[in-house]
Design a binder for this molecule. Structure first.
Ligand code: ATP
Ligand code: MG
Length: 406
């Protein structure tokens, strides 16, 4: 007996009405995309589950693709059985006999309310039958095998194995954010949390050559390749930041340099986000982690943008963040040595409680607007698609866009 269908349980089940329909539609689209290398799979969906029927496709290849799709709570490997009670209970027995272990319990759900046997009764009757015809005993607390029966309109679904999904919302349901991506541990994790929430991302990186090297770009590409599991195409915008950064260090007193630098980063992010139709800015900041991440600093930095700034790690512990970075495969990439523009120009005593008025006073000392224009004008772009990078300098990128708009 072969379980040949993957039954997908939706995440965020509290979603109702039109939202729920949009959720299911968007998820189905993302599932199709994630499984595009397997054109022979049959994918169907209803309001409770999506089903992926396997023919010869190996489950160990299909399953990880599904586990990368946000909006999926759980995936069960199921056997589709006729609902006729005598057939169903024999199929349940065959399924149990395929399993290793000594103890079992039955869990039943009757989604088809016209089915004559109620769930409690089903659990009891099936339990007795399985007990009688196998060497398994019942253990309701810590069974080796949980045999699930779900009675639906079209059939009964039997399964003993479920696998965790990414949870959250389907990608694309919640718009797009401009994610500020450094080469560190935090920002890739923050990006993952946005993706899981159904928010598409575009990445923005501030590079300060020759103070920072091109090695950081390889790092970012590797990080984005990991994130491609969740969003198959990600645009990385690389901002040449050196000139503006040097101007800051020439004109601003040292303790305020980081705050002003971050205000400039946010101004640039704001500009790019607007022209790329983003609905939010995002960063890997965590309250209190360093001087520029105190709440006072955040007030001073936030004042330059009207966008909501999403900081998924705002209150998370570094230890938790590292765990998550390991889980999504970005940790080993992030810890490779690199120079970030923030660390190179690090002042000895950064201001932890900067004042907006003081920031504005320093900013009056130089024509930062034209330097920002120059940064934005010279952005280069890398598109990461399914782990493959294509690089564009600014003019190539404009040409490509013009081509697409034709
Ligand atoms: P990370 O591990 O993500 O680098 P961090 O703990 O090193 O974070 P900072 O370097 O202070 O903290 O940066 C805080 C946030 O600012 C980063 O998470 C990222 O969102 C953004 N950021 C910092 N440097 C850059 C950069 N060079 N390009 C783009 N964003 C950056
Ligand atoms: Mg950093």
């Amino acid at each position: 007996m072969k379980c040949d269908t993957l039954m997908i349980h939706y995440g965020e089940l509290s979603t109702k009405g039109e939202n729920k329909r949009a959720f299911i539609r968007e998820l189905a689209k993302n599932i199709r995309h994630a499984l595009k290398d397997f054109p022979t799979l049959e994918i169907t969906y209803d309001r409770d589950h999506t089903y992926v029927k396997l023919h010869d496709e190996p489950v160990e290849e299909v399953l990880p693709r599904l586990q990368g799709v946000s909006g999926i709570q759980r995936i069960s490997l199921v056997y589709q059985s006729p609902k006729d009670w005598d057939i169903l209970k024999d199929n349940a027995l065959s399924l149990l006999l395929q399993e290793q272990g000594k103890t079992f319990k039955v869990r039943a759900r009757r989604a088809d309310k016209t089915y004559p046997i109620h769930s409690m009764e089903m659990m009891q009757k099936l339990g007795e039958y399985l007990l009688e015809h196998s060497n398994f005993t019942v253990d309701v607390h810590q069974p080796d095998v949980v045999l699930n029966v779900e009675i639906r309109q079209d059939a009964a679904y039997l399964y003993a194995h479920s696998y965790p999904g990414a949870g959250g919302y389907p990608l694309g349901m919640n718009g797009k954010a401009m994610m500020m991506l450094s080469g560190g541990i935090d920002s890739p994790v923050a990006a993952y949390l946005l993706l899981r929430r159904g928010i598409r991302i575009e990445a923005l990186h501030f590079a300060a050559p020759p103070y920072t090297s091109d090695a950081v770009l390889d790092k970012l590409k590797d990080i984005l390749a990991q994130l491609n599991v969740y969003q198959s195409d990600i645009r990385l915008n690389i901002v040449p930041f050196t000139k503006l950064q040097l101007a800051i260090y020439q004109n601003v007193d040292e303790p305020y340099c980081i705050t002003i630098m971050r205000r400039m980063m946010y101004r640039i992010a704001d500009r790019v986000a607007k022209s790329h139709h983003c609905l939010a800015l995002a960063s890997g900041e965590s309250v209190g982690q360093v001087a520029s991440q105190t709440l006072d600093s955040m007030i001073a930095i936030n004042a330059v943008t009207n966008y909501p700034v999403l900081r998924p790690l705002a209150v998370s512990d570094k230890v938790e963040t590292i765990e998550l970075a390991k889980k999504i495969g970005t940790y080993d990439i992030s810890i490779r040595p690199y120079e970030d523009c923030c660390t190179i120009f690090k002042p000895k005593k950064p201001k932890t409680k900067p004042k907006i008025e003081d920031c504005e006073r320093y900013e009056k000392r130089f024509d930062y607007e034209s330097l920002i224009d120059e940064c934005v004008k010279n952005i280069s772009v890398i598109i990461m698609e399914d782990g493959v990078a294509t690089q564009y300098d600014h003019d190539d990128w404009l040409d490509r866009n013009a081509e697409e708009e034709k």
